[in-house]
Design a protein around this ligand. Structure first.
Ligand code: PLP
Length: 388
């Protein structure tokens, strides 16, 4: 099957599948072999070995990931954090400078704040929703600009086109964590980003049963990152490749359903007297609405909000829910609810956290595929039961 010759829905099922099918198997088998018979490979990275990310399971899922984001190449990794850290450490070295969005996924933020300085790499934090301040922060040694498609947990959408232009004008490598949008809502390569990163743990796998990551981009850049990753050792095992491969086939169905549910829930919450504020880029009242409409083909399935009554009420409300599970992480078929201040962002300095809008009472909802009527009824009863 040639690249991008079919719709996304079709490619999710068929792209990257081995041709001819292995022993006729319709489903990609697991190759549980750490090493492979030597067949004339001339370079280290080509030796067939699980850590070198090139077993049949790796090749199939990597091809699928590249095709669905309209990119040339992809590397699947042992976690989202391994994808992010290996990619940053590939393109940043001692003496280099990074421009990064000011509020990122907690793990990435901690890596930039705590680890990069240990390697002599400096950074400045910028607001990627507003291009006006970027040039001022540029330095002769700036090498990379880094953002997320939809930020966590405030769910802001950056000025994505301006980031691509700014990177090209200033010879920077543009990187974007596309986890929250998934390849269904946004293709970074199509807009011109150099590198797209994913925690496949979230929407791409979608079943809350593995941890995995991906880096997607041009053949040239992915080859460079793969060589570094082969040293760092963050490869995904073939069993997890198999589960990811199986799950990705339903990504679009899940994403469309989950986003639709989230849109209805965001409207319900916005109109509820016991809810103070709602963050969802699909609400016309939201600051990111115009940018989301311009760049994304949907508004995602993440919603964050504050209820009347502060942190105590938030906790009581979450305890009263029958469907949503109080757990960190996101993107699975089941609805999850969490207080970012106690979970994903608990490692962040409390003052910095509040500055980023993440109050102690902010609730984040990862909306699943359940019946939206059931979800809304459940949220409503929990709000009623805990009226402050
Ligand atoms: C979860 C997450 C990560 C980290 O991924 P892991 O698979 O947990 O290592 C990175 N970025 C975003 C936006 C995430 O949600």
């Amino acid at each position: 099957m040639s690249k991008n010759s079919f719709d996304l829905t079709t490619e999710l099922v068929h792209a990257g599948e081995p041709e001819p099918r292995i022993e006729g198997a319709v489903s990609m088998p697991i190759f549980q072999s750490s090493t492979y018979e030597y067949s004339g490979e001339g370079q280290y990275d080509d030796i067939r070995y699980i850590r070198l990310n090139n077993t049949p399971n790796h090749k199939a899922i990597q091809k699928k990931l590249a095709v669905i984001e309209c990119a040339e190449s992809a590397l699947v990794t042992s976690s989202g954090m391994s994808a992010i850290t290996a990619t940053l450490l590939t393109f940043l070295k001692q003496g280099d400078h990074l421009l990064s969005h000011k509020s990122l996924y907690g793990g990435t933020a901690s890596f930039i704040l705590e680890d990069l300085p240990r390697y002599g790499i400096t950074f400045d934090l910028i607001d990627t929703t507003d291009p006006s301040g970027w040039s001022m922060m540029l330095k002769p040694n700036t090498k990379v600009i880094y953002t997320e498609t939809i930020t966590n947990p405030m769910l802001e959408v950056p000025e994505l086109g301006a980031i691509v232009d700014f990177a090209k004008e200033n010879n920077l490598i543009s990187m974007i964590d596309n986890t929250f949008a998934s390849p269904v809502l946004f293709s970074p390569s199509e807009l011109g980003f150099d590198i797209s990163l994913h925690s496949c743990t979230k929407y791409i796998n979608g079943h809350s049963d593995i941890v995995a990551g991906a880096v997607i981009g041009s053949d040239k850049l992915i080859k460079i990152i793969t060589s570094r990753m082969n040293h760092f050792g963050g490869s995904l095992n073939p069993g997890a490749c198999f589960l990811l491969h199986r799950a990705i086939k339903t990504l679009e169905l899940r994403m469309i359903r989950q986003s639709k549910n989230a849109g209805q829930i965001a409207l319900f919450l916005e109109n509820h007297p016991e809810v103070l504020s709602v963050n969802y880029p699909g609400l016309v009242s939201n600051n990111s609405y115009e940018r989301a409409k311009k760049y994304l083909s949907g508004f995602s399935a993440m919603v964050s909000f504050e209820v009347v009554g502060g942190k105590t009420r938030s906790i009581k409300f979450m305890d009263q829910l029958d469907i949503a599970i109080n757990a960190p992480s996101l993107g699975g078929v089941e609805t999850l609810i969490t207080l970012p201040a106690l979970s994903s962002h608990s490692g962040m300095d409390p003052a910095e956290r509040v500055k980023a809008g993440i109050t102690d009472s902010l609730i984040r909802l990862s909306v699943g595929i359940e019946s939206v009527d059931d979800l809304i009824t459940d949220l409503d009863q929990a709000l009623h039961k805990t009226t402050s």
